[in-house]
Design a protein around this ligand. Sequence first.
Ligand SMILES: NC(=O)C1=CN([C@@H]2O[C@H](COP(=O)(O)OP(=O)(O)OC[C@H]3O[C@@H](n4cnc5c(N)ncnc54)[C@H](O)[C@@H]3O)[C@@H](O)[C@H]2O)C=CC1
Ligand SMILES: O=C(O)CCC(=O)C(=O)O
Length: 527
Amino acid sequence: MRITGENLIGGASRRGEGETFRAVEAATGQPLEPAFAAATPADVDRACALAAAAFDTYRETSLEDRARFLEAVAEAILALGDELIVRCMAESGLPRARLEGERGRTVGQLKMFAAVVRDGGFLEARVDPAQPERKPLPRPDLRLRQIAVGPVAVFGASNFPLAFSVAGGDTASALAAGCPVVAKAHPAHPGTSELVGRAVQAAVKQCGLPEGVFSLLLDAGISVGQALVADPRIAAVGFTGSRRGGVALMQAAAARPVPIPVYAEMSSINPVVLLPAALEARGRDIGRAFAGSLTLGSGQFCTNPGLILAVEGAGLDGFVEAASAALTEIQAATMLTPGIHKAYCAGVAALEANPAVTTLARGLAGGTHQGQAALFSTTADAFLADHSLAEEVFGAASLIVRCPDLATIRAVLERLEGQLTAALHLDEADHEAARALLPVLERRVGRILVNGFGTGVEVGHAMVHGGPYPATSDGRTTSVGSLAIHRFLRPVSYQDLPQALLPDALKDANPLKLWRREDGKTVAPGA
Ligand SMILES: NC(=O)C1=CN([C@@H]2O[C@H](COP(=O)(O)OP(=O)(O)OC[C@H]3O[C@@H](n4cnc5c(N)ncnc54)[C@H](O)[C@@H]3O)[C@@H](O)[C@H]2O)C=CC1
Ligand SMILES: O=C(O)CCC(=O)C(=O)O
């Protein structure tokens, strides 16, 4: 499929008349063909108008039709074949195996949401039948279901150009909920975005859906994104990226005459706590495993282990030695964009220059656009005194905080901002210490894991990829897993509506065969 550099507005392709820009080959910094042209305010307006026009039809598509559409998107992405992978490798600098895996995750995610839609449980149908004889007052007939919130603006992430981008988790969950999507392509991978966008556009057509169900807009800067979030027809926003970008979108959404929710996944340093018995027994092994997780994808994961907490002693020394030895052998790897590489180098330089920080190890030096891994240490006192030490350095850099005792580890955790994940490395003898930390971790993070690292998020029903601010803008939700659909739904109650006017999900005959909550009890279809 030829990449044209056009915006996809409903069923049409339209060359923008805004600023022209090119994708950059991540490995070399060289511009790639073709030239892309940013959308104009008129393009944003048209995409939003089409999305609004499609909304009532799309949100009432049958569960089966909507599920088939999601599967058609998955098939269309696979049908792009190797061309998608090759373009994505060039634009992101990520290796083939990683991107093939990410494509599998993207397609799997769409299929999971197809199954969620078919199941219908997300509608959360509830029926409280009327009680006309109730004293002192009769009870009305009340029924509830979840409906789609409206058109959703999706901002793709630079670091997951497939699974968190144009047809990634935000788009899949919004479409599953019944929301049209207007996606804003990340300027770091516009070609990849166009290819995937065309696959979604083709699936919309193939399934006979209104064209406004999906549009894709291009921009090298921020004006299109700002206009999109300000558009009165947009009802919610999904975003993965920097704290600065996420907060700017939250502010833009809050400043609207009608504010809307922004689901932004932003920054996280993902504390890893090494408990004493585990450190003593296998500190070196954990150190080697840590070096692998830290440098995966050149460290460009928001789940990257950026902070290690442990009590001083021989166990920690063994961990440091093994992790440092492993890191010094690790090749530098191409980073996603020159800007992200520059930000990483600045973050590492600031740590190197901090008098309270010791540089323990650096990975092998690389080329101009390659990130060189870095491991640092500091004391708990220094960490607690200097807020900058808790800031995310996006890339393969991590800071070990040497603590005098477990109480200090707890104090450091109490001081951290909200995080996506926390990991505990423990043996059975550490259970009591872990039990004391769990309430703190539950307050601070979205996912607590044991004897592992947070990189590589499983897409499933029990996954939370979220966390209190600033890990995300709203810690009550997740951007990965089936629960993500709830970000784009809202409940509506129907009081005393005649059967003929009720949605199928709530009719007495239960034609959709849903599990429902009837008078407070969960009832199987047909029971
Ligand atoms: N925590 C995470 O998951 C990630 C964090 N990052 C961090 O973000 C930095 C920059 O990476 P990017 O991917 O370029 O993130 P970014 O936040 O700068 O951009 C993400 C998207 O939001 C848009 N955007 C940014 N600011 C905006 C604004 N004020 N108004 C409207 N739209 C706006 C951009 O055009 C882009 O499409 C990295 O160096 C890293 O620190 C990047 C990727 C993932
Ligand atoms: O670790 C993962 O699989 C996902 C990480 C992520 O969501 C991100 O880096 O933005």
